[in-house]
Design a protein around this ligand. Structure first.
Ligand code: IVH
Length: 661
């Protein structure tokens, strides 16, 4: 029992505080149930602080702790039809046969409680331990779907609304890919990414990571509505994002049909769910049913088992990326799982191999819980062959035999041979020509690979001498005159790409698109950048110690400076050219604007351009001098207040278009 308490506490900490779980939810629940059973059989040994008594979660040190006005409870879990029918029987015993259930999706994110006073969002608090949580208001305010100010005035003067913060799969994939490109550790799933984001200290960073929110319950001092369903309908009216896939059911069989439908259909959603929540609809009946120590008796969750299969681990191979990071990949005996054939699974890093204690030929359990890349969750030890060889993470680079290194505080191993390790060289060139960097038409990843193998290119700068090698190019298969011409034209045009793109294209570690832009704006010229000191670099907006050190290390290598000299000689852009704007009109000359909120048909960037192209000026903040505040949805309440106080006129996009007519 003691061992279980200890283990479960560690898993809770990994899940709630670190947002990096190392065990499947199902396994956790099984262990918790085992402990619960033992405690019932031997109450004399039960720990008074047992995890069976806790709602879960923990408090993070760096936020203010706020008590919840109404406790944030958890839900009982069920995994099969019988458990659910038992729940239905229990409900019937207390309230009879006349009732309905509301079936909702169980969003896989983290719960949040939002407090509104006088129609204004005043606080957003995480669940924490259920009675108090972290005040993360500024972070939550960056979420588009969370209204700061309700338009509808006819709402209770004070209420708490609860819901789930999550990240869409597409955003998760994109951001995780960016992290991979920057050599940063990737998140295992969207839930962890969302949880990690909500707990960030810098709200500016949070704003860059698109989070979303579904709301699913209302707490007020007195009951404004008779049923949960009615309250959800009203929440929509008040401007809250309530999920449309919610259903009113009259019997447990209807509930089971809903569960069965979503078991498959869930993979088509743009976000992840891990089950279904069933709630008794009538508030009066909910009250009659009441609560246990940690969950309501009027609601329960049905959790989908992650889809899992057993297959053989054939071998572990290692991929060397552009930054030199060496990533292990499990090659599996092909197997059908959730409608696709799985041949590979991610192993993330060396720690993961150790955690699983992988041996060659192991029979492994592979899970696809809606995540994109399947994952090995466990090894079937009973099937391990005698004398099986343990998988050992290599000490030498699998591509160039250089000794691998691991930087302090990082989980990934790197091959430091960035000048001669083939996949690093090819990867760097592929990054340089990529869409987000130099965007070179007529040149693709495979072509780069071929050119490298034929000895035509070995450095970025070699791309700019390809025109001298057209005889050799013509000898390559599938490379006609037209495609050579196109490619050379694309390469020539890339010389006009702005400095920030060139800088991003160089592939300096930790210098992503945004950082490259900040560096370009902050230094204006490559010579200023290559000679900048650590202090000068960290003084630039958004450049921290880690990025600055990486830049200094990069420009400290003579071969990198030599490349830059060559590229300069070929005519690439290494300084910021201030854009000369040719005005479309001078209709807005002398007028100042601030743009705030979100707009249906325009991005803020487009509106800014529209204003500047017609002679207007964008100001950074609201002051008495300001002529117009272009106001969109979900504008910050403090801005609104200030504008009102200073009598700055608020205009809509339509008003702006009117000014331009
Ligand atoms: S109702 C008292 N509805 O699941 C019950 N919870 O395991 C309050 N969750 O803490 C929760 N989707 O974070 C409810 N439609 C939904 C949900 C949902 C996800 C989460 C929530 C809760 C946990 C309980």
């Amino acid at each position: 029992m003691e061992a279980l308490v200890k283990e479960l506490n560690q898993h809770s900490y990994n899940y709630y505080v670190l947002a990096m779980p190392t065990i499947a939810d199902y396994e956790f629940d099984q262990k918790l149930a085992a402990l619960d059973k033992l405690e019932k059989e031997h109450p004399e040994f039960a720990d008074p602080n047992s995890p069976t008594l806790k709602v879960g979660g923990d408090i993070t040190k760096n936020f203010t702790t706020v008590p919840h006005r109404w406790p944030m409870l958890s839900l009982g879990n069920t995994y099969n039809e019988q458990d659910l029918r038992d729940f239905d029987d229990r409900v019937r015993k207390t309230i009879g046969d006349q009732f309905q259930y509301v079936c909702e999706l169980k969003f896989d994110g983290l719960s949040i409680s939002l407090t509104y006073e006088d129609s204004k969002l005043v606080r957003a608090v995480t669940r924490g331990d259920g009675s108090k949580g972290d005040d993360v208001t500024t972070n939550i305010k960056t979420i588009r779907n969370v209204p700061h100010q309700l338009k509808n005035e006819a709402v209770p003067p004070l209420f708490e609304i609860r819901g789930e913060i999550f990240m869409h799969r597409a955003a998760f994939d994109r951001l995780n890919k960016e992290r991979e490109e920057l050599g940063e550790v990737q998140y295992a799933n969207p839930r962890n990414f969302a949880a990690g984001t909500v707990k960030m200290q810098d709200s500016k960073e949070v704003a860059k990571r698109p989070l979303d929110c579904f709301l699913y319950s209302l707490n007020t001092d007195k009951n404004y509505f008779k049923t949960h369903w009615e309250s959800l309908e009203n929440l929509k009216e008040w401007g809250f994002n309530v999920c449309e896939h919610t259903k009113l059911s009259s019997s447990i069989d209807e509930v089971l049909a809903f569960i069965q439908y979503w078991e498959e259909a869930r993979f088509k959603l743009s976000y992840e769910i891990d089950g279904i929540v069933i709630k008794v609809n009538s508030y009066a009946q909910q009250q009659e049913l009441g609560f246990t120590a940690k969950s309501p008796r009027w609601a329960i969750s049905y959790k989908y088992k992650a889809q899992e299969v057993e297959t053989i681990l054939e071998k572990v191979t290692y991929q060397v990326g552009r930054t030199g990071a060496v990533t292990p990949v499990a090659n599996l005996k092909p197997v059908q799982l959730a409608g696709t054939t799985v041949k590979r699974a991610t192993l993330h890093n060396a720690n993961e191999i150790e955690r699983l204690d992988l041996h060659e030929g192991d029979s492994v359990f592979v899970e696809k819980g809606g995540e994109i890349i399947p994952k090995i969750i466990n090894v079937n030890l009973e099937k391990r062959k005698e004398g099986a060889v343990k998988v050992n993470y290599p000490t030498l680079c699998p591509e160039c035999n250089t000794s691998l290194i691991r930087k302090e505080g990082e989980v990934a191993f790197y091959c430091p041979n960035d000048e001669a390790c083939p996949p690093q060289i090819v990867g760097k060139m592929q990054h340089f020509i990529g869409r987000k960097a130099m965007n070179i038409d007529g040149l693709g990843d495979e072509t780069i690979e071929t050119f490298y193998q034929r000895g035509l290119v070995a450095h970025i700068s070699d791309l700019y001498t390809l025109h001298e090698k057209s005889d050799q190019l013509k000898t390559l298969d599938r490379f006609g005159e037209r495609s050579i011409e196109n490619m050379l034209k694309g390469i020539e045009q890339s010389k006009q790409m702005p400095f920030e793109k060139v800088l991003f294209g160089l592939g300096i570690r930790y210098v992503g698109e945004t950082v490259a832009r900040k560096l370009a704006v902050g230094t204006k010229h490559i010579d200023k950048l290559t000679s900048a000191s650590l202090e000068e670099l960290v003084a630039i907006d958004e450049i921290g110690q880690r990025i600055a050190e990486s830049i200094i290390e990069y420009f400290g290598k003579p071969e990198h400076l030599q490349q830059i000299d060559l590229l300069k000689g070929y005519g690439l852009q290494f300084e910021v050219v201030e854009k000369e704007i040719t005005l479309e009109s001078d209709k807005l000359t002398g007028k100042t604007f601030v743009i705030s909120g979100v707009f249906e048909n325009y991005s803020r960037e487009e509106l800014k351009e529209m204003i500047e192209n017609n002679g207007g000026k964008i100001l950074s903040g609201i002051s008495a001098k300001l002529n117009y505040l272009v106001a969109g949805d979900n504008m910050g309440p403090s801005k609104l207040e200030k504008a009102n106080k200073l009598n700055v006129p608020l205009i809509s996009v339509d008003d702006l278009l009117e000014l331009l007519k």
